[in-house]
Design a binder for this molecule. Sequence first.
Ligand code: HAM
Length: 418
Amino acid sequence: MYRAPRGTSDILPQEQAYWRYIEQKAVSTTQLYGYERIDCPVFEGTQLFDRSVGEDTDIVEKEMYTFEDRGGNSITLRPEGTAPVCRAYLEHGMHNWPQPVKLYYLTSIFRYERPQAGRYREHHQFGCEAIGDSDPALDAEVIDLAWQLLYSLGLHRITLQINSIGCKDCRPAYLAILKEYYAHGTPDLCPDCQARVVRNPLRLLDCKNPQCQSVADAAPKSVDHLCPQCQEHFSRLKEYLGLLSLPFRINHRLVRGLDYYTRTVFEIQPEAEGSQTTILGGGRYDDLIEQLGGKPTPAIGFATGLERIVLNLKREGVPIPPLPRPQVFIVYLGDAAKAKAIKQTAALRRKNIGALTAPGGKSLKAQMRQANALGIHYAVIIGEQELQTGTMILRDMTTAEQQTIPGEQLEDWLTARR
Ligand code: HAM
């Protein structure tokens, strides 16, 4: 038997209510903040991600789905959504649009990870990018949007963590101090961290290995080594978050797993005990557009994994509005009634009323059972007698109450009960 590839899932009809609920809320919330939708290709030239996400990150080193196409080009299935949006910003001359350009996306993301709960090889992200302004008020607005989105979905047991990791002027000096700290008295680091000391020292701070955590806890903090501009930016950000009444905590070990971040980084985590999995993450990436060949253009954004939101909604028992079902099931007895049922079902659909009728030669009882199993509110029964008198029996499937009405009144009757 064929199975879905490891780390991927089919999203079955009974799960779809969660997905539509999140998508609709995401779109309506983002629109309140002036974002417009962008859709980029599922694959891009590999170099785009090498350059932006960073050659020394887990994503580029070991998680990308990269292949050569038939034309000999190196292609990569998108492992994140920010770099494609920046590529599109440059390709379409969006620096000529009013700044900041605010874009959102809903896309599938591919990472060759070790699958576990909340971690998949194909997942789906909702992301927002605000490109073209460095004001910390924009950082606060983006963080507010992220928070409001999760909160309005019904996730109330969440925490917001922020940090500043400086800019290209002040970070080198901080990294030197961090390396110096790690060079002395840290023999027990995990093999990954031993490599990070040389190649990507910032990532030492968010190592999940227990033996590395106490070392990281006591490490020099980036916020103590910011240049005056970054310091000013960070203190303004905290002030604005206060204005917006957002409850944040500064996490000195928050550095994010992609190399393009500058200054502000943030994550939203579930409070639930033992669930360490980030629901949403983002930050500033003031140098990325320039790295990709554009003019210096500051920017900030975030993304959240839809699968992780679904997991948290289920864990928290958040009630989800059901998807609309057809309102009526037309049940018939005999061939003549069947013809009437087919016509009536079509007529209702043309009037925008969801209607079903059973194909095949099912008994009356079996048709009623089907209507019940599908959770349809009303059944309409057409038999010999109803055909002759031009009437229909209407049954409320929730109360089992029945009444007979003239056939031509059906549409109005159903419309009044929508
Ligand atoms: P990220 O932290 O790598 O950031 O991913 C964003 C979110 O996607 C995570 O917080 C998590 O909810 C979800 N996620 C990541 N990996 C997986 C996975 N393997 N399975 C399920 N869910 C996952 C980014 O991708 C950045 N592009 C975010 C950003 C936008 N920064 C600025 N703008």
